[in-house]
Design a protein around this ligand. Structure first.
Ligand code: KG4
Ligand code: ZN
Length: 353
């Protein structure tokens, strides 16, 4: 487990790109390692009253949480700051002020300890997060990244070797879940709640379109689906209070079926196009039960290996940032950085060799 450093690597990871402060400790590197501890503070309740994330409130809350969470993970893992060999933080994409909190704390700590501070791309964290599962996938694999801000299919050859196969041309899958949840009167972010509502829905009652299912490429589009839900909602009630519980549940079911159909079909097409036999799913929508079940069924039929991160590591967390930091440092493909990149396409990820 010793990398190019002469002691076992121990990386602190800090995630603060949006509305979750995540801190974690990962020990080891490319040849193997383990998550020693992770802790999370979600700001969801604080932002719920506003129907979305308020950036200034998010930054201030990250400031309050990040050091207590750091103390917590160190104590849970029975380690001290002096044991750290590096500090990784989410450099982007995300909210500028929120990112700056993690970047500043990480760099301050790293500088005072004389260890490297490494900026990590948030999506790289997500797409490597299935490596925290047991068993963990081996490279290469196809990754289906389905978060609140992104829907992408990637060919992953190794750490830092990512090729974009297709992505959403408009709304991300998670964003579509959240907007649809809002139309059904659920609170923000409504993906998980919509999924629970869908469980009681009659699958035969409504059928929604499957956007770009037959487009012949690996891109997605979800904004039309949200408009189709709006049309259904308007048809059944002028104001949402008049939507009966079973109509709401049936709409949620129809929406989820459509998204799951498209995500599954495109993920299978990506496997076919690349000849890969391994699929990993990451990002918040990867927690969706119906998506997990469908992919499990389809992959088993085709003899494709399927991996998910542990359920609590599907959504934003510090563990994936600590892991990505450890892998980057161990493979010598890290950059020392004290900057944030609020807009940062994964395709621009430069791998220094
Ligand atoms: O990856 P993530 O935590 O944040 C981003 O980086 O965007 O993903 C959050 C997204 C939200 O849109 C949330 O509604 C969605 O993941 N989500 C779900 C479920 N749990 C979280 N969507 C569908 N079903 C779920 N069970
Ligand atoms: Zn995320």
């Amino acid at each position: 487990m010793r990398g190019r450093y002469n002691r076992t690597m121990l990386v602190l990871g800090i995630e603060s790109s949006c509305d979750e402060t995540g801190v974690a400790l990962y020990e080891g590197g490319a040849a193997g390692g383990r998550l020693l501890a992770h802790a999370l503070h979600s700001q969801v309740a604080m932002h719920a009253a506003y129907g979305g994330v308020v950036p200034e409130l998010a930054s201030r809350d990250h400031i309050r949480r990040v050091l207590p969470l750091t103390r917590h993970v160190l104590s849970a893992a029975a380690r001290s700051l002096a044991d750290l060999t590096g500090v990784a933080y989410t450099q982007g994409p995300g909210l500028a002020g929120a990112l700056l909190v993690g970047a500043s704390v990480a760099n301050g700590l790293a500088y005072s300890l004389g260890v490297p501070a490494v900026g990590i791309h948030h999506l790289e964290g997500h797409l490597l997060s299935p490596l925290l599962a047991d068993p963990a996938p081996e490279f290469p694999f196809v990754a289906l990244l389905v978060s609140g801000g992104h829907t992408q299919l990637l060919a992953v050859e190794g750490v830092g070797e990512y090729r974009l196969l297709g992505e959403s041309l408009d709304d991300a899958a998670g964003e579509a879940f959240d907007k649809t949840a809002m139309l059904l009167g659920l609170s923000y972010p409504g993906g998980a709640e919509l999924s629970r509502l869908a469980e009681d829905g009659d699958p035969a009652r409504f059928r929604l379109p499957r956007p770009m299912l037959d487009s012949g490429d690996l891109d997605f589009s979800f904004s039309g689906l949200k408009t189709a839900v709006l049309t259904l909602v308007r048809k059944h009630a002028r104001v949402s209070e008049l939507l009966t519980p079973d109509i709401r549940a049936a709409i949620a079911r129809a929406f989820q079926e459509a998204v799951v159909d498209v995500l599954t079909a495109k993920a299978l097409a990506a496997l076919e196009a690349t000849g890969r036999r391994r699929l990993v799913v990451a990002g918040g929508v990867g927690a969706n039960k119906q998506l997990r079940e469908r992919l499990r069924f389809e992959c088993a039929r085709r003899g494709v290996e399927l991996f998910f991160p542990p359920l609590e590591l599907c959504t934003d967390n510090g563990a994936m940032i600590a892991l990505a930091g450890a892998l980057r440092m161990d493979t010598g493909t890290h950059e020392y950085a004290y900057s944030v990149r609020p807009r940062w396409p994964l395709s621009e990820l430069v791998v220094p060799r």
